[in-house]
Design a binder for this molecule. Structure first.
Ligand SMILES: [Zn+2]
Length: 569
């Protein structure tokens, strides 16, 4: 193929847009409700898409309903107002924005008056006339009228059938298209026939849906990355497919207390595929589970023509030079995890501490992004912190910095599992709150979340929670006085409660820091994705590809894959 053609993917949700962008397409046509043939997408979806994309052009459908293209005065007014709103959004967008609409008269000719009204409403935003042209009496005559109106592009299959059936008309339109509008061929275009269509017609742009049935099985459709990649491969400019980086991925594994969460993450930070296993048995069984999960992910990546360049694993416990020195929940001591996994997978492997890695991810892409001084505090079963000071993550002399859970918070307090008394996590942690609730006379075992939900009517819950808040605020007061962070970000399961945790904590911290402003206190933005994101960052860095990470966008790392199957490229 001498000159690559532009590839436009028709989508109706954010995931579809991002799949088109990752897959190397040039543009999306953003619609609402593709099952109805595409209608005007909601303003919320348009805003979200324009916020999240980094490269791909966005053509926005303006069609008030399914059915024919002869609109009432009221429908035209709705379209006019939609176009005005889109034009305003387009002004502050970093990517190319266009609009797509078409109006016919009741005798199936281009409605020139209505088109003039709408083109005027679109302002400087380029206009594509959509497949309404194929419902017109005479496609070639309609094309001439649209040229006169200054329409930039026409989406057409050259008649009522598919683009392949209308190839002759398409070729004719291309031959007269020097003065515009551009011819965008759509209608039955697939990866398998795109090349032949381009060869037969000379079109410079193709348009297609790239959808497969959604895994949720309700008859809905989702955009499929593999189809996008295939069509781009067949005819496209291959924005990053020519680049070796396109097929390079890492395996990221987040080892938790009860489960393993594995993922395949691409060079733009997007998670392509995930796989989860429950840890049923600790010790060697858990180690074999880790090896098995990573081997499966590696095999799946290979089947999809993806090239695994590195592995990042984040785990609780004490880690030193790739060895898990001690991890209590896993019952691991001196497990040479890095050596075992590099031998299995033959790529660089990095073993990171779970909280420090989540803190790294939060500092790069989350609530403390861009702040060189910040502290990430994970409140789960226990409590630990990840410290960024002067732009550097602090590990400490024995790689055990950040053990905030065992800071003495209450002098002469209750005994901790570590043997000391009054540690912070005795009072504020999943385990601590649950234990104290029962110890103070609670009649049923409750989780931290349940305790936080009954503060108004359960005095024991209220007392336990208040003690926890006090211990946490004292610990964070010490942290603030010592490190002067700009922000403290709270993550982990217990940190989900905004009203009962973050808000009172801000007040307590302000009270105990009488002579200085408290740092900003906020909830983690990455949430449970933090471990995965941190592990993928560590993996790309271990593979000597840290520069990929420098270009990642927050929106990309937050993308969750929509299906559990990874299609071959
Ligand atoms: Zn302790």
């Amino acid at each position: 193929m001498a000159i690559p053609v532009l590839v436009e993917i028709c989508v109706d949700d954010l995931d579809g847009v991002l799949a088109a962008e990752v897959g190397g397409a040039d543009r999306v046509e953003l619609c609402g409700d593709l099952l109805e043939g595409g209608t005007t997408p909601s303003l919320g979806l348009i805003e979200l898409v324009l916020d999240r994309v980094s490269r791909i052009g966005v053509q926005i459908m303006v069609r008030p309903r399914g059915g024919d293209f002869a609109y009432s005065a009221t429908e035209l007014e709705v379209m006019r107002r939609d176009l005005r709103a889109i034009a305003t959004l387009a002004e502050r967008s970093n990517v190319a924005v266009g609009v797509v609409f078409g109006v016919l008269t009741s005798d199936r000719r281009v409605d020139v008056a209505a088109m003039r009204l709408l083109i005027d409403a679109a302002g400087t935003v380029p206009v594509t006339f959509h497949k309404a042209i194929d419902a017109s009496d005479d496609v070639v005559a309609a094309y001439g009228v649209l040229r006169g109106l200054g329409v930039e592009r026409v989406l057409t299959s050259g008649g009522p059938g598919t683009a392949a059936e209308g190839a002759q008309t398409l070729a004719h339109l291309v031959s007269i298209s020097a003065g515009g509008p551009a011819v965008l061929a759509g209608g039955g275009v697939r990866p398998a026939n795109a090349r032949a269509l381009v060869a037969a017609t000379g079109v410079g742009e193709v348009h297609l849906r790239a959808q497969v049935p959604a895994a949720r099985g309700d008859g809905g459709l989702v955009t499929d990355l593999a189809i996008v990649r295939s069509v781009v491969e067949a005819v496209g400019a291959a924005h990053h497919i020519d680049d070796a980086a396109a097929s390079e991925v890492v395996l990221a594994l987040d080892i938790g207390g009860t489960s393993l969460k594995g993922a395949i993450v691409d060079s733009s930070g997007r998670t392509l595929h995930t796989r989860t296993e429950q840890i049923v048995e600790p010790g060697d069984a858990a180690l074999q589970l880790v090896r098995g999960l990573l081997a499966r992910l590696a095999a799946e990546a290979e089947t999809a023509n993806l090239h695994v360049v590195g592995v990042g694993v984040v785990t609780p416990g004490i880690i030193d030079s790739g060895v898990v020195v001690y991890a209590s929940t896993l019952e691991w001591s001196d497990v040479p995890l890095r050596a075992v996994l590099s031998a299995d997978l033959s790529v660089p492997v990095h073993i990171g501490h779970d909280v420090r890695s989540a803190g790294l991810a939060e500092g790069l892409f989350g609530a403390s992004a861009g702040l060189p001084d910040s502290v990430f505090v994970a409140i789960g079963t226990g409590v630990a912190a990840s410290i960024f000071s002067g732009g550097t993550s602090t590990e400490g002399a024995t790689t055990s910095a950040g053990e905030l859970g065992h800071i003495p918070a209450i002098a002469g307090g209750e005994v901790c599992t570590c043997g000391q008394f009054g540690c912070l996590e005795v009072y504020m942690s999943g385990a601590g709150l649950a234990r104290r609730y029962l110890a103070l006379g609670g009649t049923e075992p409750l989780t931290a979340a349940q305790i936080s939900q009954r503060l108004s009517h359960d005095p024991i819950a209220a007392a336990v929670w208040a003690d926890g808040l006090r211990a946490l605020s004292l610990g964070l007061t010490s942290v603030t006085l010592l490190l002067d962070p700009a922000a403290i970000v709270l993550g982990g399961g217990v940190a989900q409660a905004e009203d009962t945790l973050i808000t009172p904590l801000r007040e307590l911290l302000a009270d105990s820091l009488a002579w200085r402003e408290p740092p900003v206190v906020s909830r983690s933005l990455l949430g449970s994705a933090g471990g995965r994101v941190g592990a993928s960052v560590l993996a790309f860095r271990a593979a000597g590809r840290g520069h990929y990470v420098d270009a990642w966008l927050q929106a990309a790392v937050l993308v969750e894959p929509q299906s559990h199957s990874l299609q071959p490229l």
